[in-house]
Design a protein around this ligand. Sequence first.
Ligand SMILES: O=C(O)[C@@H](O)[C@H](O)[C@H](O)C(=O)CO
Length: 468
Amino acid sequence: MSSNKTFINDNFLLENKYAEELYHNYSKNQPIIDYHNHLNPQFIAEDKIFDNITNVWINGDHYKWRAMRTLGINEQFVTGNGSDKDKFLNWAKTVPYTMRNPLYHWTHLELARYFDIYDLLNEKSAERIYEEASAKVNSAEYSTRNLLKKVNAELVCTTEDPIDTLEFHQKLNSNPFETKMSTAFRPDKAILISNDGYNAYLDTLGDVSGVAINTYADLLSALRKRIEFFNANGCKLSDHGLDQIYFENYTESEVSAIFKKKRENGELSPEEALKFQSAILVFLSETYHEFGWVQQFHLGALRNNNARMHRILGPDTGWDSIGDYPQAQKLSAFLNGLDSKDKLTKTIIYNLNPADNEVMATMIGNFNDGSVRGKVQFGSGWWFLDQKDGMTKQLNALSNMSLISCFVGMLTDSRSFLSFPRHEYFRRILCNLLGDEIQRGELPADMEWIGKMVSNISYNNAKEYFKF
Ligand SMILES: O=C(O)[C@@H](O)[C@H](O)[C@H](O)C(=O)CO
């Protein structure tokens, strides 16, 4: 394939010599710590070799699916029974129409970095690129582990439910390779008591934990046992995807009665559910503190908006959007409650609504008490915000209202093993932001100091913060 680096070239997104120096000399070669993603640990443990480019690049990627649907591509060629090649050809047809969506940059960065393909992907180049990329993908050189080694991934942290057996994390630990794999404890299903299937989930949680879950105390005991199990398997992180933080007044007896009612298949009022969710969130956070874990909160998504498609395809298939929930007051009360008991562990808060950027950038300062450098973090642009504009706004809010120098940087949050150029994308945006201000005299041309800051945000801060 011709390597006409006209679009994705060495200085892509770098607009001046300072930006170029910061990226090439201080960021590019830093290893990747992808501390939050939804990668399949089985593929890593078993070093899966994918059949073709569609399997590894389109399947599971609801970012691509939304774009294809918007263009009018029939669901048959998105998640349906269309052939892998037809799905790819339809994705290739879509790509030119994704200009100014991050997919356009990511697509060409990924083709360049993994396959040395620098041609634009479109209907004309589709067939050729499908064949070339698929031939490479379906080879040992492109096995799952080699895909991670190719991008210098030092660690990937997947996301697992408390009932997960962690068999593949254990399997990998008995057969390790250059990239470490850890897990994040994601107890949303135990928190969201109003969700369909809650009691059935508790039955499974009880089976896995060996605790018959009849009372609220049983639930806490079961969750603690799973936290102990995850911790024993190297877990250092938890994660929560919530519309907002819950912090209602409650008593233990109220919560126990609410839980009993639910366990007896009673209908809970919204107020009862909120009391329960408030209580269990406090229990979980206090337990994370006891184990020295980092806790992450992904706040503000409005999920499963299309009921018809949710019934057909289930969650995380491209039918979510940004919510407009109030965040500041409950988040402040929640963090203050933990801090007041000296039980606030290292915390990363991600907002999905960019209107909350400054709320988060200032909130973290309320609880950065000097005990740990960057103890409470405002997380990188997430989901709909992990594009150039969203990342830049997050970096600006964090710079303007806190210390970008203490930021733990980017994560992919992805389900695809070809998404790691998102780290490069972030690093280029960061270096250009700083390089631009050096160029305009807003920052001194102290390349050693600013370069060190860039190296820290790209890698060192995460290395120190998570201690994987
Ligand atoms: O953690 C979440 O809930 C979201 O990141 C969710 O997994 C979403 O589907 C996603 O992958 C966004 O990048």
